[in-house]
Write a protein that binds this ligand. Structure first.
Ligand code: ATP
Length: 756
């Protein structure tokens, strides 16, 4: 029997127009899911939907489905980031809000202060209210009608109905109910009341509801806009044109034409056009806009530079190593965008609740009206109660609770050099109680240097060995390899270039080998069978906490190289601060016991696992998880990728290998592990904010809806309460944008120190 392989699934992002609340989210998702094999996840905050679908489902079908649900849909424009709010729409929104506020304020004041109610004041209020109820609330009416055509009710339906009901009732009261008489005063109170025998006017509700709903929307857009600004500023860092040097002549070309391998020129003060390696010139480059690194970095031939960095000093010639979507800048931008497209579990809950909520509220409003009329109550009281229910129950706050907090937090994280891949990672980050730390390149700087080379007497000799080793290690991206290659290039007398290597192979966690000048060269961790001289050198290296590697040529051990490293500034503080947050540090390294212990002692880490292969590191993570711990693994190298992928949360050093970054949920852009402490604290704060927001939003409805049902809530008060609740939620989330990491970061008793 043969089984068909499952069809491949592709993802498409669409920008959706017209969504306003959690009920819309549910509607769009449900509609798309009706297509065979399609699932969708909407992010209200970014106004986008990510659709997973079989390749045969065309974009047009997806768009048509969304349009049937009453919204607009389009493929995102190239380079338009997820958080982009079109400026024109933003301006229009602000104008509508301002004019509505100008018209509404006198109405609100006159309605609430009976002492200022002059002769015929109610007619002035009516004239001011009419444009607000129609034009001010227009976006809500349009969306409510659109929903109605597809027999759906959203938050807009509630706002639109609330405005329409309070305005028409007021019109009735003024023209037919006796409220229009000259000199008529209306007392204002929390409870609905009116002078005997006169119908009450609710113009304050008719202006208050749209005013506050517009204000909520406007603020929400501001949050999006603010987070989008961080992304836009990254995008602006990308150069548009670049000067290339070909056959000794210089030519300016569009950045899109630049190919990897071409040499381009970076003049002082210019931005580096794309990632590359310096081939000529010395200078300092300023990376602060790309990675937040504040100190300029010295570069010389051989150094790598990142696109977007500013050349602060001399003229540089750079060979492009990556262009377009492969550059670090593009990767960072993508990470932030992705982060905002995901959706947290908490958000799904809110969506589900809101999807049920709106129909329930509508039914309730109608039932309340029917019940009060049926019970023989004054129509005035019946309408009041029904309008109050409609207005007070708008679940705006519920829809805003999670996305606003997540957006503010991911944006803030990006500013602090912590790229979180999505809300799921943010949630995991909050929970971690154990962190498995890699040594080389994570706790230590990874800028290793050769401390001593000991050659076997009677062997090939130090110089020959170094030439062979240097040649092989040039192919390695491992900090050990880079240190040894650099050392060989620097120290060999006469300096003929290092020979070529063939059959190069690197085994993560073990070492490298290759064929140089027809000799088989291996560089790897020392085993126990060493010639006496090397055994002594090994002991010396262990005492000095250096990392030893042995060199074998054609199977014969020829030398031992001791390589030293320094702790990263900040490692000590990071480990201690993590511990204070209740996170247990565990050191797992491929290196030997002595250097591992030395680092652990210097940092106060008790649990050390040395000589761990990449598989053993991954297994350790697995075991810790099986013990019920929430494990984060942090590393920089290819040898860490498995552990990172297997942990509850993988954290990569932004300065590390691509394999590590690819396997990670969180990237520390600056390669500063103190940023992890900030990230954990920010995540905990964010989830706290979300929880407070949801609690508030649910609690508020739980209290106010029953009050409105029994007729104890003035629609005006209901409007204020509903909007205040949204504003509170947005304001609470916005506080995350001002969140500060601990002020002493990066300082303290931890200048970079030599080991041990
Ligand atoms: N390019 C290389 N050249 C020489 N030896 C290497 C190389 N790569 C790995 N090794 C040997 O394998 C050992 C384990 O390497 P691995 O990358 O797993 O750990 P590490 O980098 O020393 O420490 P950590 O796990 O903390 O990053 C190293 O200590 C070294 O002895």
């Amino acid at each position: 029997m043969t089984t068909e392989p499952p069809p491949p699934i592709v993802t498409t992002d669409l920008t959706i127009g017209g969504m306003t609340c959690a009920a819309c989210v549910r509607r769009v998702e449900k509609k798309l899911a009706r297509l065979d094999g399609v699932s969708a996840s909407v992010n209200l905050a970014t106004g986008r939907v990510r659709v997973s679908h079989p390749p045969h489902v065309r974009h047009e079908e997806l768009v048509a489905m969304v349009e049937q649900a009453g919204y607009t849909a389009a493929l995102p424009k190239p380079r338009q980031d997820a958080a982009d709010v079109p400026d024109a729409a933003h301006r229009q929104q602000r104008e509508r809000l301002l004019i509505t506020a100008l018209l509404a304020l006198p109405v609100l004041v006159l309605s609430m202060v009976p002492a200022w109610q002059f002769r015929n004041w109610q007619w002035l209020c009516f004239v001011l209210t009419a444009p607000v109820a129609v034009w001010g609330a227009w976006p809500f009416h349009v969306r409510a009608l659109r929903g109605l055509r597809h027999s759906t009710a959203t938050m807009d339906t509630l706002v639109s109905l609330g405005v329409a009901a309070s305005f028409s009732w007021s019109a009735y009261a003024l023209f037919l109910g006796g409220a229009g008489g000259p000199g008529m005063r209306m007392p204002f109170s929390l409870l609905p009341s009116a002078p005997d025998g006169v119908a009450h006017i609710y113009l304050e509700a008719a202006v208050g509801v749209p005013l506050f709903a517009l204000a909520g929307r406007f603020l929400e857009a501001r949050v999006r806009h603010g987070t989008g600004a961080a992304l836009r500023s990254l995008a602006h860092l990308a150069a548009k044109e670049v000067s290339v040097r070909e056959d000794g002549t210089e030519r300016r070309i569009a950045i899109e034409e630049l190919a990897a391998g071409q040499v381009f020129i970076v003049r002082p003060g210019e931005r580096v056009a794309t990632d590359g390696a310096v081939v000529e010139g010395r200078s300092a480059v300023d990376l602060s806009l790309v990675t937040g690194e504040s100190e300029p970095v010295e570069v010389a031939p051989g150094s790598s530079v990142v696109g977007g960095a500013v050349n602060a000093g001399g003229l540089l010639l750079v060979r492009a190593t990556a262009v377009g979507a492969d550059t670090q800048l593009a990767r960072i931008t993508r990470l932030v965008t992705e982060a905002q497209a995901g959706k947290a579990r908490a958000q799904r809950l809110a969506d589900t609740v809101a999807g049920v909520f709106v129909p329930v509220v509508l039914t309730l409003a109608v039932t309340v009206l029917g019940f009060w009329l049926g019970a023989g109550a004054d129509p005035q009281a019946a309408v009041t109660a029904s309008v109050a229910v409609l207005v007070v129950a708008c679940p705006c706050a519920l829809g805003l609770a999670t996305p606003t907090a997540l957006m503010a937090a991911t944006g803030r994280g990006a500013q602090l050099g912590v790229l979180v891949s999505g809300p799921r990672a943010l949630e995991a980050l909050r929970h971690i109680d154990t962190v498995v730390l890699d040594k080389t390149g994570t706790l230590t700087s990874g800028h290793m240097s050769v401390a001593r080379v000991t050659a076997v007497p009677g062997g090939l000799g130090e110089e020959t060995v170094l030439r062979l080793v240097g040649a092989v290690e040039r192919g390695s991206e491992h900090p050990l390899g880079r240190a040894i290659a650099a050392y060989a290039e620097r120290t060999l007398p006469g300096k003929p270039p290092l020979p070529q290597v063939s059959d190069f192979a690197a085994t993560a966690g073990r070492g490298v080998r290759g064929l140089v000048d027809d000799r088989r060269v291996e560089v790897l961790a020392p085993d126990d069978a060493l010639p006496t001289e090397l055994a002594e050198a090994l002991m010396a290296a262990e005492t000095a906490a250096h990392t030893p590697v042995v060199v074998r040529v054609d199977g014969v051990t020829q030398a031992l190289i001791a390589v030293g490293d320094v702790l990263r500034p900040g490692s000590y503080r990071a480990v201690h601060r993590l511990r204070r947050l209740g996170v247990r540090p565990v050191l797992a390294t491929g290196d030997r016991e002595a250097p591992a212990r030395s680092v652990a002692t210097a940092l106060g880490i008790e649990e050390v696992h040395a000589r761990h292969t990449p598989e053993e590191k991954a297994r350790l993570v697995q075991e810790l998880r099986e013990q019920g711990r929430h494990v984060a693994a942090i590393g920089d190298g290819v040898n860490d990728a498995a552990a990172l992928a297997g942990a509850d949360l993988g954290i990569a050093m932004g300065t590390g290998a691509d394999a590590a970054i690819g396997a990670a949920d969180v990237t520390l852009v600056r390669g500063d592990i103190e940023a992890l402490v900030d990230a954990v604290r920010l995540a905990r704060r964010t989830l706290g904010t979300i929880r407070a927001n949801l609690l508030w939003a649910f609690g508020y409805n739980a209290v106010t809806v029953p009050l409105a049902v029994v007729g104890l809530l003035n629609p005006m008060v209901a409007a204020v309460a509903m909007s205040a609740s949204s504003l509170l939620v947005v304001a609470n989330s916005l506080r995350l944008r001002a969140w500060q990491p601990s002020p002493a970061r990066g300082r303290g008793p931890t200048a970079s120190r030599k080991l041990p």
